[in-house]
Design a protein around this ligand. Structure first.
Ligand SMILES: *Cc1c(COP(=O)(O)O)cnc(C)c1O
Length: 373
């Protein structure tokens, strides 16, 4: 069966990238690999929109989240964590796991944190660092990272600003240096159009100084250690780095601005289609990387997902307490208008089978929007 992956990670892998990864394996201590690794790290700076150094880990994205905690926080340090969904909760767990104190700014699922709230918490608790997502993938919310970053940079320049950009870097405009993001992290299987297995992060000079003094336990995820070793201390994921090189070239060829615009367009069409079908968006500030939708009353979102799966189209359920209540359509990475059209069309079939007739309503809206693409 032909499969369509409309999930917020893993996302579809373009043929060009798959072919780059089909190359014979080379040894990581050869000049060929060392040059490749260095070149990829340099090009990544453009995607991350930063002058800061980039580290690549062989791990899933959470490895970079862990590194951002263990390298910055010592035991008993205070860290402000924005918890607006499952991935915010993961940061709190990481902070506690490393013996630091998580001060939690809790938002309801579907809601976002604003700069004023962050400022109030920072003023009150004086945390060493602020940890948050750019896009909280579990709810489809995009936090106003620009306003938060600028506020911290201007008023609290000593605070380390850590942003999990796993569903933002490479699809949404994140101005790392301009907004004062000290650590921006991501993973390979979302906007980077790669299989799972790589984590990447950028680290500012300020954060590097703090990491150098930080005594917390760490071994594999030692950011400075990795920066000082040419291709890292350990065997790098050579094949995935070959793919990463191809992915970064694809993004730079399209032009970063065009990549962002394409995602904006896709998100606009999905949102308009959903609203046209009288469905409700779940996120109060929806991201351009995925759209979370409330399941119609009396329907479990799993029913919709199961029917769509029979047509080969995979979308995601809600996570945790949102399971069954929402479904999430991803549109980040290797996605173009026809992908959205077939997803909305298949959603309409599923709804029809469940007694809600919106055949052609959402697709028509999406088609109208794509005429302008
Ligand atoms: C997918 C995701 C993660 C987790 O990444 P893994 O690669 O599964 O470790 C963390 N944060 C966000 C925002 C994500 O979307």
């Amino acid at each position: 069966m032909k499969r369509y992956l409309m999930t917020p990670g893993p996302t579809p892998v373009p043929e060009k990238i798959a072919l780059a990864m089909a190359a014979p394996i080379i040894h990581h201590r050869t000049k060929e690999y060392i040059d490749l690794h260095e070149k990829v790290r340099e090009k990544l700076k453009k995607i991350f929109q930063t002058q800061n150094d980039i580290v690549i880990f062989a791990s899933s994205g959470t490895g970079a989240m862990e590194a951002s905690v263990s390298n910055i926080l010592s035991e008993n340090d205070k860290a402000l964590v924005v918890e607006a969904g499952k991935f915010g909760e993961r940061f709190s767990q990481l902070v506690s796991s490393f013996g630091a104190q998580a001060i939690i700014l809790k938002k309801e699922y579907g809601d976002f944190a604003n700069a004023q709230e962050i400022e109030d918490y920072v003023k009150k608790y004086s945390p060493k660092a602020v940890y948050m997502q750019a896009c909280e993938t579990s709810t489809g919310v995009f936090h106003p990272i620009d306003e938060i970053g600028k506020m911290l940079k201007e008023k609290y320049p000593e605070v380390v600003f850590v942003v999990d950009g796993i569903t933002a870097v490479g699809c949404i405009d994140i101005k790392t240096d301009e907004w004062g993001i000290d650590i921006l992290l991501t993973g390979s299987q979302k906007a980077f159009m790669l299989p799972p297995g790589l984590a990447m992060l950028s680290i500012s000079e300020k954060a590097k100084k703090i990491a150098a003094q930080n005594k917390n336990k760490r071994y594999y995820f030692d950011i400075l250690g990795e920066l000082n070793a040419q291709t890292g201390h350990f065997t790098p994921a050579v094949t995935l780095v070959l793919g990463l090189n191809a992915a970064v070239d694809m993004m730079l060829e399209e032009g970063l601005g065009n990549v962002f615009k394409r995602h904006e367009f896709l998100a606009k069409a999905v949102k308009a289609a959903i609203l046209a079908m009288d469905l409700e968006l779940f996120a109060k500030r929806p991201s351009n990387s995925l759209t979370a939708v409330k399941a119609p009353q009396s329907i479990d979102s799993k029913q919709i997902i199961d029917i769509m799966n029979k047509f080969g189209v995979s979308i995601s359920n809600g996570q945790g307490s949102m399971k069954g209540k929402i479904f999430r359509i991803a549109h980040l990475g290797y996605f173009y208008p026809p992908d959205v059209i077939l997803t909305i069309g298949t959603l309409e079939i599923a709804l029809k089978k469940l007694g809600i007739d919106k055949l052609g309503v959402g697709t028509k809206k999406a088609l109208e929007i794509f005429v302008e693409y």
